[in-house]
Design a protein around this ligand. Structure first.
Ligand code: M6R
Length: 357
């Protein structure tokens, strides 16, 4: 039930700090260490390469998951769109592990890949919000995202929950594989939860950004680099899915290889700058679009913020920035859709779970 909330989407956006705290509780043992099924740990550490298979928003969390597992656990990872992988499988490594990420656990494209992986005798792990779901039942192992029911078609809390669980999985695998790692995901996720709350309490500001930038726009670009780029893909999907504004996420450095031709006077460009290593590069990319008339809106993080930034998020660990930087994007999309009179929870042409290929 959505209670006093006007839409499930707003309720689910607001629930994200609680979901983080719930995940921390569920994945913590009595000594404050990570609690994770030993069989899952063994499957991950036995793999010479991980293939993450997902669709839509879950694919976007899989892109972040790849970064986390590679950087933290030192295991090579490829993230694939399920419907592509199904008919155009890449050359597999000798000991692959398949990880299926799915809020519903019912997405047909993923199931097709799972059936093939099983036929080839490869191990599989499903990260899902619905443990009794088809993918969960049919794969060897399951990790639960504990986000609670997600009703709005636009996925919000499932996305951040998936990334939180993958951060925990990555650290667990790293430690099991003998990699020394300072990063404590349970502690850092608590900081993330507080940072999320700051944004969910800033709804008026987000509504104003939506009004100023998106009430009459035909299109919108989201630009970022490295981890921020993955979040831009998700921000753009959220906006197009519920507001019907044509939105695209781009890697900042790639703009000048074609897309910059689309920039006109007033085109909104939302830039994400939370990654210290590329923060100046993305600001340079923004200058390039501003010189062509773009209307810039930067979302940055304390520590690498500039005076002109519209939204500055509290500092969180650099591995976990996507979990917080996506919140303003979710809220801006929500208000943009609302201002345009769209059916926020049930956008046209879409179903919550896509059980046909
Ligand atoms: O249930 P799943 O996570 O497998 O669903 C995958 C996509 O259909 C889903 O994320 C879709 O892209 C959302 N509507 C995005 O908000």
């Amino acid at each position: 039930e959505k209670g006093t909330y006007p839409h499930f989407m707003l309720k689910e956006i607001e629930e994200q700090p609680f979901v983080m705290r719930n995940i921390i509780t569920k994945y913590k043992d009595e000594h404050d260490n990570i609690k994770l099924d030993e069989n899952v740990r063994n499957a991950v550490t036995a793999a010479d390469r991980i293939y993450i298979i997902a669709a839509g928003t879950s694919y976007h969390s899989g892109l972040v998951g790849k970064e986390l597992i590679e950087k933290i656990a030192n295991i090579p990872v490829e993230t694939h769109i399920a419907s592509e992988f199904l008919y155009n499988m890449p050359l597999l490594s000798k000991k692959p592990l398949f990880i299926f990420i799915s809020q519903s656990g019912e997405t047909a494209d993923l199931r097709g890949v799972l059936v093939n992986a099983k036929n080839m005798g490869h191990p599989s792990l499903t990260i899902t919000n619905v443990p009794g779901s088809t993918l969960s039942r049919e794969s060897d192992y399951t990790l639960h995202t504990y986000a609670g029911p997600e009703i709005a078609v636009a996925s919000t809390k499932a996305y951040t929950a998936q990334m939180a669980v993958m951060a925990i999985l990555a650290v667990d695998a790293a430690r099991a594989g003998g990699v020394t790692i300072e990063f404590d995901p349970l502690q850092e996720l608590a900081i993330v939860a507080n940072a999320m709350e700051i944004f969910t309490n800033q709804k008026e500001e987000m509504e104003e950004v939506a009004r100023n930038y998106l009430s009459v726009s035909r299109n919108c670009f989201f630009i970022g680099r490295s981890m921020d780029y993955h979040v831009c893909l998700e921000g753009a999907l959220k906006l197009k899915e519920i507001s019907y504004i044509q939105a695209e996420g781009f890697a900042g450095g790639e703009l000048k290889h074609g897309t910059i031709a689309l920039i006109e006077e007033g085109t909104p460009v939302i830039g994400l700058a939370t990654q210290k290593g590329v923060s100046l590069n993305i600001r340079g990319n923004m200058k390039e679009v501003v010189a062509r008339g773009a209307n810039p809106c930067f979302i940055s993080m304390e520590g690498c913020e500039h005076e002109e930034d519209k939204i500055v998020m509290p500092k969180v660990h650099e591995y976990l920035t996507p979990l917080v930087s996506v919140i303003p994007m979710q809220l801006i999309s929500y208000y943009a859709a609302l201002h345009r009179g769209c059916d926020v929870d049930k956008p046209r042409n879409l179903a919550k779970s896509v059980t046909v290929e």
